[in-house]
Write a protein that binds this ligand. Structure first.
Ligand SMILES: Nc1nc2c(c(=O)[nH]1)N[C@H]1C(S)=C(S)[C@@H](COP(=O)(O)O)O[C@H]1N2
Ligand SMILES: [Mo]
Length: 473
């Protein structure tokens, strides 16, 4: 019994230190993280019926949880293996299988630079150290594990800092006037422009791809009059246009913040497509992570090759060096972050999310209102409520609020920054003592009233009224 437990712990520690070694080598060589590669496999192959509840349950913490689960599974497997009697042939077979699987997983969806043989080196180093650790006693293994884990954490941290780095300033040819809408002094109001570090991040990667901007090119190919290959400098030299628009994830639920309002900098796609592409074609936007989505050329002409957000180049998380954005389409239909290719074709494309059971695009953003600031407990009488409402690319004409089943009352609107941007609003409620349900809805510039029927994000985006409960005394 005692022996079994010791051997189990040994396998446990061996798996941990092997993985840590592989992670360290991968981070230092800018290869893919083996742990992320495993998690990525789960993300890629999880059926929609599983992915949707997980996203709903875990919100923004889905990735750390998937990563932690993968780590726990591997360490548990190591523990189980360590319990078996020593057998060189079987140990070798296990290490080879681990190395081969790791090699295959880390190469999947890696950028060309990352696809280099370093991934193999990383995983083999990990596997070899696991093997070595398995054959040594705890006196060697514990310091070894502690050391590799410490180095791993340091290397990972450096990588994270690189990825999180705020971009350098970018300028538009004709900059927009400062973003003000008159609601600046409303108490508790949501920022008009979402700061980059608070802007939601959604993509199918465990970690954002890091692209070498020196060698990066955006190519325009397929059924075009002339193929193009543009560098980051070419695009900047083409003259950047500034525009305000909300980016909304189709997974955004009532009251959630999987959307942001940005001041973007980009090159209008019309300039690149006008003469070149047929009107009935599709623009397939392809990215370094293997993700793709297609947009009808006629719609894509309203969009941009975006290079910047809020006055600076995109961060890695938001698609550095460039992404495609057509305001008014949900994020997963609006174009690729880390875009490398625009292929024009008339045949339908098997888009990343369509292949996983989602509606074929393009999917327009459904108008919605959100209550952002309303105390949950308050004194009876007049109470201020503030929020945002969006209906890109059309714009918001009116917002109304209702207390319980009373009549809808008009909210005060801040100035419209741009039709595609969100619009801030506030209202003063007269609350009698008791518990109340406060709801909000908007009307688009076209006169459409926000759909009142509650529905989940799948299959065409959430609808219903965001409702907040407040107790007045
Ligand atoms: N290459 C690539 N582009 C992508 C995605 C992705 O997984 N890979 N996700 C899309 C989705 S689902 C959304 S909601 C937006 C999110 O953009 P953000 O993370 O900058 O907010 O990017 C879109 N572009
Ligand atoms: Mo999304």
């Amino acid at each position: 019994m005692g022996r079994g437990r010791t051997s189990g712990n040994r396998g446990f520690v061996a798996a941990l230190s092997g993985l840590a070694a592989a992670e360290t080598v991968a981070a230092l060589l800018r290869s893919r993280s083996p742990l992320d590669a495993i998690s990525q496999f789960v993300v890629d192959h999880g059926p929609r019926s599983l992915v949707e509840p997980v996203v709903r349950l875990l919100k923004e913490s889905d990735k750390p949880v998937i990563r932690a689960t993968a780590l726990a599974a591997i360490v548990a497997m190591g523990g189980a293996l360590g319990r078996l009697p020593r057998h060189t042939g079987r140990d070798l077979a296990v290490v080879s299988a681990v190395a081969a699987t790791g090699w295959w997983l880390t190469r999947r969806r890696a950028t060309p630079e990352q696809r280099a043989s370093v991934a193999t080196a990383a995983v083999t180093a990990g596997a070899a150290s696991t093997m070595a650790a398995l054959r040594h006693n705890n006196r060697v293994m514990l310091p070894l594990s502690a050391l590799t884990i410490a180095i791993t954490l340091a290397a990972q941290r450096q990588l994270r800092e690189e990825v999180a780095c705020v971009g350098r300033p970018l300028f538009a040819r004709d900059p927009l006037p400062p973003a003000v809408d008159g609601a600046e002094d409303w108490p508790g109001v949501t920022p008009l422009i979402t700061p980059v570090d608070e802007f939601y991040v959604t993509d199918a990667n465990m970690r954002p791809p890091v692209v070498d901007v020196e060698t990066w090119r955006l190519t325009i190919t397929g059924e075009v009059a002339k193929e193009l290959s543009l560098s980051h400098e070419d695009l900047i030299a083409a003259g950047l246009v500034e525009f305000d628009a909300a980016m909304v994830c189709v997974h955004n639920r009532l009251g959630w913040d999987r959307l942001g309002n940005g001041r973007w900098l980009g090159v209008p796609l019309a300039r690149l497509l006008d003469e070149a592409a047929p009107d009935d074609g599709l623009l397939v936007t392809q990215a370094v992570d293997g993700w793709d989505c297609s947009i009808p050329v006629a719609e894509a002409r309203r969009g941009y090759v975006v290079l910047g957000l809020n006055g600076r180049t995109l961060t890695a998380e938001h698609g550095f060096p460039a992404r495609i954005f057509v305001p008014g389409l949900y994020g997963q239909y609006t174009g690729a972050k880390w875009v490398t290719g625009l292929r024009v074709q008339t045949a339908p494309n098997s888009d990343y999310w369509h292949a996983r059971g989602w509606t074929r695009g393009p999917l327009p953003i459904r108008p919605l209102s959100r209550i952002d600031h309303l105390p949950r407990r308050t004194r009876a009488g007049s109470v201020q409520v503030t929020g945002v409402a969006w209906a890109p690319p059309t714009g918001v004409q009116a917002v109304e609020v209702a207390v319980d089943d009373q009549d809808w009352q008009k909210a005060e609107l801040a100035a419209e920054l741009a039709p595609a941007a969100w619009r801030r609003w506030r209202a003063f409620l007269d609350l009698a003592p008791g518990v109340h349900r406060v709801r909000a809805r908007c009307t688009t510039a076209d006169g459409d009233v926000q759909n009142s029927v509650p529905s989940p994000p799948f299959p065409i985006g959430a609808s219903g009224h965001h409702t907040v409960t407040v107790t007045a005394r």
